[in-house]
Design a protein around this ligand. Structure first.
Ligand SMILES: NC(=O)c1ccc[n+]([C@@H]2O[C@H](COP(=O)([O-])OP(=O)(O)OC[C@H]3O[C@@H](n4cnc5c(N)ncnc54)[C@H](OP(=O)(O)O)[C@@H]3O)[C@@H](O)[C@H]2O)c1
Length: 333
């Protein structure tokens, strides 16, 4: 069993100063847990970018290895839930937040944080999806479970070029929905249409008239990744009995809106929390991602980097300028 491994380590040499470097760590330093996993792939999510720069909303204790996603091979499992060599996906709960995460070649976690890699997905594909794919799939599943059928009308996706947004566009298109992608990067329209968006609109278009309490009914459903004014405008323009899911706050954590869309149009707003999502819906959507919702353009949606290539991607993500999801190959230097 390897005793050492490479990892990205975020350190706090002084108050409000955070540094990042690639170091050799000892397996013995990893937290307690039944399951030791050799990580093959991870991916970069917005939470990782925040953890990497010391955002206390994600991580308070340093030194720390971020990475809320990991997929790899079981090295050992003390409670027998998994066998050595089995391939697993570990996402959510505290991984990468206060628990050393997938930006290291080894993780040790409670065994109930892992699920067996579903048949039909490779470790690499699972991390091309990662928490972003899980979150997008949970959002689409809420539309399905709440009666929004593909013939109900257009579905709006905000933050469409982002990790969750782009995967939501692709999953919705795969599931037969008509998708309108809203983006701050209209130059990425061809990319979004390639993923399956029927229409691409600018953020300003969605926000037109947003000072009013209600807007013209347009969307049968919404997958929002942005929050703030964009989520408010999306809710105000959702059709009667439409469903809006909300998972992110890149725009703002605020929701400047009144109750009219809810009480006059029956619009339903559903929160998505992939971190504490119970096992049953989590397993269900991973199964779907491996079968009915399996995406054939995943390669085009990611850029593979090594640990050394992460810094540039973290900076781009924090500026809202990341062009493709970063897939992290932990076994390549
Ligand atoms: N609740 C959960 O379980 C869960 C899970 C995963 C992620 N999240 C959250 O979901 C959000 C998206 O995550 P992600 O990984 O997809 O991030 P991401 O890859 O950085 O994508 C965010 C996208 O939002 C748009 N955007 C950025 N800044 C904006 C602003 N000021 N106003 C409006 N749009 C803006 C950009 O897309 P365009 O340029 O195309 O508009 C950007 O690409 C984050 O807040 C993240 O924390 C939540």
């Amino acid at each position: 069993m390897p005793q050492q491994f490479k990892a990205l380590l975020v350190e706090q040499p002084e108050k409000k100063v955070f540094t990042r470097s690639i170091v050799t760590r000892n397996v013995a330093e990893l937290p307690e847990g039944e399951l030791l996993v050799k990580v093959h792939y991870s991916s970069l999510n917005f939470k990782d970018a925040l953890s990497s720069v010391g955002n206390p909303g994600v991580t308070r204790n340093f030194p720390h290895t971020p990475g809320i996603d990991a997929a790899g091979e079981v090295v050992s499992c003390s409670d027998g839930t998994f066998q050595p060599g089995e391939q697993v996906i570990v996402t959510s709960y505290d991984l990468g937040m206060e628990t050393d995460g997938g930006f290291g070649q080894m993780i040790r976690v409670p065994s109930n944080w892992a699920l067996k890699l579903p048949a039909g997905l490779s470790l690499k594909e699972s991390m091309m999806l990662g928490t972003a794919g899980l979150t997008a799939a949970l959002s689409v599943q809420e539309l399905v479970d709440n009666g929004v059928t593909p013939d109900a009308g257009p579905i709006l996706v905000t933050g469409a070029t982002g990790g969750v947004g782009s995967l939501a566009v692709a999953i919705l298109a795969k599931a037969g929905y008509q998708v309108t992608a809203v983006t701050g990067k209209l130059e990425e329209s061809d990319y979004l249409q390639g993923l399956g968006a029927d229409r691409v609109i600018a953020r300003e278009t969605l926000l037109t008239g947003n000072e009013r309490p209600m807007l013209k009914t347009t969307w049968a459903g919404v997958v929002d990744c942005v929050g703030g004014e964009m989520l408010a405008a999306a809710i105000k323009s959702t059709r009667n009995w439409g469903v809006v899911t909300c998972c992110g706050l890149v725009g703002s954590p605020d929701l400047p809106i009144n109750v009219f869309p809810f009480i006059l149009r029956g619009v339903r707003l559903i929160g998505i929390d992939s971190a504490e999502c119970p096992a049953a819906p989590r397993v269900k959507v991973w199964q779907k991602l491996a079968t009915d919702w399996k995406l054939n353009r995943l390669e085009a949606m990611v850029e593979e980097v090594t640990l050394a290539g992460l810094e540039e991607k973290i900076q781009a993500m924090l500026k809202g300028g990341l062009r493709r999801r970063a897939l992290v190959n932990l076994q390549k230097s």
